[in-house]
Design a protein around this ligand. Sequence first.
Ligand code: FAD
Length: 465
Amino acid sequence: MAETTQYDLVVIGGGPAGYAAAIRAGQLGKKVACIEAERAGGTCLNWGCIPTKALLKSAELFQKMQKAEAYGLRAEGLSFDFAKVVERSRGVSGQMAKGIEFLFKKNKVEYFVGRGQVSAPGMVTITEGEHKGQFLRASHILLATGCKMRRIPGLEYDGERVMTSREALAAPRLPKSVVIVGAGAIGVEFAYLYRSFGAQVTLVEMLPQVLPVEDEEVAKLLHRSFEKLGIAVHTNTRCENFRVGKNAVTLDLVSGDKKTALEAEVLLSAIGVEPNLDGALAPSVKPELERGYLKVGDDYQTSVKGVYAAGDIIGPPWLAHVATFEALSAVNGIFGHGVPRRVKNFPGCTYCQPQVASIGLTERAAKEKGLNYKVGKFPFTASGKAVASAESEGFVKVVTDAKTGEIYGAHIIGAEATELIAEYGLAIEMEATVEEVHRTIHAHPTLSEALMEAAAATLGEAIHI
Ligand SMILES: Cc1cc2nc3c(=O)[nH]c(=O)nc-3n(C[C@H](O)[C@H](O)[C@H](O)COP(=O)(O)OP(=O)(O)OC[C@H]3O[C@@H](n4cnc5c(N)ncnc54)[C@H](O)[C@@H]3O)c2cc1C
């Protein structure tokens, strides 16, 4: 039998949940190991948040440069090299993943590339890779194995004609035409990316709006903006009858009684994710699951004593910052640094242009809950900074308690929305009222003034509308 070492914490999975957990335990002076099957950084750094944002930056810049004239500039003979755009994105991922490996060293985290399995409570086995057969004894185990892409049943994914985001992120050739199934954040971001570089894009969503979790007005504006960009957007539409040929995919778009045939060079499936526990648990280790996700208590412990879980593997929302929050909370709790907290409020962001960001309740959710709410709205067309930057599409909308001014939710569509949302996140966390946001002096001219003006609009006191 291979040698065993005793750890305070063994983490399985090196994504934003796993790597943050391991680093935090290292900071606390604990003996910690992290086992990662592929590369430190997980989906987020290697196949998710970071490489998509690198691609989107190129897309956004290319779009902007085409509008050079609006700024009094001339940019003639503009062109792009899509393979280089993708190469840059892969490079950014590699750089960030290396950074995590450096942080592991700095915080004395023992990093194993391989597949980890909870073989019994208090025991982890490495079942694949260079360290295969090694046993790690652990006072605590944290499962952070994340999710994998959900696939359309019956459709063969060959990674070229039919892809998930993972293959798309490494594909060096821009497809001439693409049909994207699913208009959640991932589908929407790829639609913007491909269209920005000139591909013919059809974006299909089964639900009544693009970005189904976002505020209805925000989704409507994004829908219109995407159509203006030349994306064919179909909501309330199902994709059926897929035929994958040598050079194209054909399918039917079904909306009510209407059926339309569509052909595209590539199909990108972006219909969500499902839990990934493949090989992570020995058959004798059976933590309680809920729809395939690990069920955890308020301290992030599963039903198996000493085995904890955080991140995508404990269910939605599937977001990197939520994964990290959960993992840090779990580890701090395990080692007696405060009471673990479950996630209540979290921002959700989509990095197309215009960007979309939100936190808390949508107006519809407030209505459905029967809350006595007020809405304050401020358009970027009335923001000096937005107009000066020629980025005046969009608005800020804030939903508050009609009596107390408590902030229920904030919704932003427009330039830098994903950066701006942090202010409302802090306001909600600190239980600030909408009056307090209104009274806070915001620098002029900045886009952030629109957050203050939306707050003021709730009180009927906005100056610029
Ligand atoms: C295209 C795309 C874009 C996204 N963009 C954003 C975004 O902009 N913002 C955002 O917040 N979120 C985004 N996400 C979601 C985000 O990536 C996830 O929410 C986040 O990565 C979850 O972190 P995690 O640590 O729980 O899991 P993961 O990051 O998935 O990490 C799990 C890790 O565990 C490893 N693993 C699995 N099983 C084992 C095993 N048995 N042994 C060892 N290792 C194992 C996997 O290899 C993986 O590296 C995006 C996702 C995708 C796919």
